[in-house]
Design a protein around this ligand. Structure first.
Ligand SMILES: Nc1ncnc2c1ncn2[C@@H]1O[C@H](COP(=O)(O)OP(=O)(O)OP(=O)(O)O)[C@@H](O)[C@H]1O
Length: 344
């Protein structure tokens, strides 16, 4: 079942163009000049109930604007969107009952009252049955380690404590779908792991659909099998994290353990234009470790291995997994053409 369905969804914003200085301000007052810019440009997106989707892209790509349209905060300029069969903006109240949202930079908790009181207010607002409320609160307190700060007000919490409380607040009413905008931003590794475990737990046990925007690749690798990349308002990739690696990680590395130091092999590799030596056997090593890199769209791993084997005996070898961080960085920096499938 599709829980999110967006077709041709767009949002444009009008930006005022002012000349600098007082003259520009006066001129703008009498003859305002605006340009219209598409923050989200005709995106199609469907998400199945129970999926965990990472929605990523460089700064200003349109991630938050998309989430705001899905939550009903912003009205789309054009296109269609349905969440749980509802129009998120027109049926905002009904939609809000069935979703949860965590925006890393803001809190939905009351600033000056104890966290447990905030939770209790949410119980009344969402009309959560007493038993469900108690069971969720107990489970969340345990999983997120909230016991020690339940009596404190949001104002007094550290960022990590507040994020845990915000996450609990967003899920207390058992929403079908939760939007998480940078849920681990600025957190230390221990809290990050706790939050990831909790998200994973809710996704797996309650089948809560998770839609997550993040710049933290650890969040993506640990939580989401599906990756949607948006750039300049358009979706440029929608697929698995693994296939991003398979299709776009150009450079591969192989680590060889040689039977013995081998000058002839090294000479041959130095002359081979498709293979680059990363780590030459030197005085510090025993001369038997060799690491080479190659462009996998130009030459295959088996061909590299066979070229090495032509000149020397190999005891062992290991192909290094491509670094997803480097791939995503290349996508953001527009070094990769996402419309071109890989050749291998
Ligand atoms: N209320 C607004 N008025 C005018 N322009 C806006 C508004 N909100 C967003 N924009 C513009 O829309 C574009 C997309 O912004 P958005 O916040 O969706 O990006 P993002 O992908 O979430 O970025 P980030 O990773 O930096 O949070 C940006 O160019 C931004 O300046």
């Amino acid at each position: 079942m599709n829980i999110i369905e967006a077709r041709g969804l767009s949002k444009t914003f009008k930006h005022a163009i002012k000349e600098p200085g007082l003259r520009g301000a006066v001129k703008h007052l009498f003859k305002p000049h605006h340009v219209t810019k598409a923050a989200v440009n005709r995106i199609d997106l469907t998400v199945q109930a129970g999926e965990a989707v990472a929605y990523v892209g460089p700064n200003g790509a349109g991630k938050s604007t998309t989430l705001k349209m899905l939550t009903g905060i912003l009205v789309p300029s054009s296109g269609e969107v349905r969440v749980n069969g509802l129009d998120p903006h027109r049926q905002r109240v009904e939609n809000a009952r069935r979703i949860g949202a965590v925006f890393g930079q803001r809190t939905q908790l009351w600033w000056d009252i104890p966290i447990q009181e905030s939770f209790s207010l949410l119980k009344d607002i969402y009309e959560i049955p007493a038993q469900q409320y108690k069971s969720n609160l107990d489970t969340f307190t345990e999983l997120l380690g909230m016991e020690e700060f339940l009596h404190l007000s949001a104002r007094k919490l550290s960022l990590g404590q507040r994020m845990r409380a915000d996450l609990a607040a967003a899920l207390l009413h058992n929403p079908d779908i939760v939007y998480l905008d940078e849920p681990t931003i600025g957190l230390d590794i221990a809290v990050k792991l706790k939050i990831r475990e909790f998200i994973l737990h809710m996704n797996q046990t309650q089948k809560t659909t998770m839609m997550l925007t993040t710049h933290d690749l650890g969040d993506i690798e640990n939580l989401c099998r599906r990756l949607v990349i948006i750039d300049r308002g358009s979706i440029i990739y929608d697929g698995s994290l693994q296939s991003v690696k398979d299709r776009f990680a150009k450079e591969r590395r192989i680590h060889f353990q040689l039977a013995e130091p081998n000058a002839v092999l090294m000479d041959n590799l130095e002359r081979d234009t498709s293979i680059h030596i990363i780590q030459t056997p030197d005085k510090d090593s025993d001369g038997r470790q060799l690491c080479v890199s190659f462009d996998r769209f130009t030459i295959s791993a088996s061909e590299v291995t066979s070229r090495v084997m032509q000149h020397g005996e190999i005891i062992d070898f290991r192909i290094e997994e491509p670094d997803i961080e480097q791939v995503i960085k290349a996508v953001y920096e527009r070094e990769l053409d996402m419309s071109q499938p890989g050749t291998a």
